[in-house]
Design a protein around this ligand. Structure first.
Ligand code: MD6
Ligand code: FE
Length: 202
């Protein structure tokens, strides 16, 4: 059994899980993903532009636009989503499940001013599967709340190479990114942060 470095409100956090070499290899794999399925600027159902840019890999990608939040089998430009990178699947097998692989690896790109409001990941069919996330590049202040809106929250800085698993009673906790520490990592040419979230969708 692999023990997390710490558990915050039921969220398992594996600090420094990925070596610098694996992080660099993953960035190369992600360059391939983005070359096939370009980052796009999503809009919330109410019409508000999000500050992150997004793409995905796997059988499904998570998208949002005026028609709502949902999983789609194709990129908004019409192409299939690329395969989930092997280095990402390897982390999933070790920390999430060996019996089922994720259907979606959502890729979020943050510039220095980007953030993500408190939300639940709840567009999947079966919440018994965990969501696994990987942080690459600049540090991010991650906030974790409760399974209902409101109430106290706690925050932790996520660094490049950290992996987090949201499962069990913590599967539906509210969470978000308050800010990015620009220039804190040299992993990504041009700076910024990439967050990957892997999910079983249907
Ligand atoms: C981020 N993460 O780290 C945003 N969702 O940029 C998420 O929204 C997230 O880290 C579900 C599970 C783990 C996560
Ligand atoms: Fe999330």
């Amino acid at each position: 059994m692999t023990e997390p470095t710490l558990t915050l409100r039921g969220v398992a956090i594996y600090k420094g899980w990925l070596s610098p070499g694996v992080q660099a290899a993953m960035v190369e794999e992600l360059r391939g993903v983005v070359a096939e399925a370009p980052l796009f600027a999503p809009v919330t159902p109410s019409g508000k532009p999000m500050s992150v840019r997004m793409t995905a890999a796997g059988r499904y990608g998570w998208v949002t636009d005026r028609r709502g939040y949902r999983y789609e089998p194709r990129h908004p430009d019409g192409m299939d989503w690329p395969a989930i990178p092997e280095n990402v699947l390897a982390i999933w097998r070790t920390l999430a499940s060996e019996t089922r692989l994720p259907d979606c690896c959502l890729v979020n790109h943050y510039t220095q001013s980007a953030k993500m409001g408190l939300h639940q990941d709840r567009d999947e069919a079966d919440f018994s599967w965990p969501v696994l996330s990987v942080s690459l590049g600049d540090d991010a202040l991650f906030r974790i709340g409760n399974t209902t809106r409101g109430g106290p929250t706690e925050s932790i800085w996520l660094n490049s190479g950290d992996v987090l698993v949201m499962g069990g009673a913590a599967r539906l906790v509210y969470h978000g990114i308050d800010r990015i520490r620009a220039g804190s990592s040299s992993l990504l040419r041009g700076g910024g942060r990439i967050n990957l979230t892997c999910r079983v969708v249907d």
